[in-house]
Ligand binder design. Structure first.
Ligand SMILES: C[S@@+](CC[C@H](N)C(=O)[O-])C[C@H]1O[C@@H](n2cnc3c(N)ncnc32)[C@H](O)[C@@H]1O
Length: 207
């Protein structure tokens, strides 16, 4: 029997995230997930969002975990994971009308976060959305003392890790013609941010 890895936080935040993305992805047909981890989010969301295809991806070394969850779920809207390291990734062959990622921006270096945004901008169709979940800083401030402590803990683990500033992420998004659409406050002091890829006529209008 294959033992599936289990992430308790992922189990806890799945329903609150689903409550948001049910609305944000209501007209979406194809989602690319970056940094799928165990794959728990993917099977939970794909089962509830039957109108779309959920494409998982992660570093090759995490694929066995994802395969284990996907095999058990046996859902027709969950294809096999893609191997995507945002630092080196070739563009996937197709485009997507949404990209989702959870708890990745504080784990990746900021250089990798920048690459993730440029990858997202390249694969997103016009008017597509990028939903990014995790802890963030707003106006230079941590939203809680526990997130400030979490940031220090991450930096002790690896100085390139850390809780990102929303304003820096907005700049990364703007470099790829994406604009922040909505910011949701989520349980456990997290946020879910939604950026939209602008249509070329909107970019022209705003120039
Ligand atoms: C904290 S885990 C989050 C996993 C999952 N999204 C969740 O919320 O449970 C961070 C994930 O980011 C992935 N990751 C780290 N660096 C990456 C990179 N350069 N490219 C793609 N994924 C990366 C890791 O492999 C890991 O699966």
């Amino acid at each position: 029997m294959i033992v599936k890895p289990f992430a308790p936080a992922t189990e806890r935040n799945s329903q609150p995230i689903l409550d948001v993305i049910k609305y944000e992805l209501q007209d979406t047909k194809s989602v690319l997930e970056i940094g799928s981890g165990t794959g728990q989010h993917a099977i939970f969301f794909a089962a509830e969002l039957e109108h779309l295809t959920w494409q998982t991806s992660d570093l090759e070394e995490n694929h066995n975990d994802i395969h284990a969850w996907l095999a058990d779920a046996a859902l027709s809207n969950l294809p096999k994971p893609l191997s995507i390291d945002v630092l080196t990734a070739e563009l996937p062959a197709k485009s997507y009308d949404a990209v989702f990622s959870a708890n990745t921006a504080h784990i990746m270096s900021f250089a990798a976060v920048q690459k993730m945004f440029s990858l997202v901008a390249s694969v997103l169709d016009e008017d597509g959305v990028f939903c990014l979940y995790g802890p963030f800083r707003e106006n230079g401030e941590f939203n809680t003392a526990s997130n400030a402590e979490f940031h220090r803990m991450l930096q002790r683990r690896d100085p390139v890790m850390g809780i990102r500033h929303l304003e820096d992420l907005d700049q990364c998004a703007a470099s790829g013609d994406m604009q922040r659409l909505r910011l949701y406050a989520m349980p456990a002091n997290n946020f879910l941010v939604v950026w939209k890829k602008m249509a070329s006529e909107d970019i022209h209008d705003n120039a």
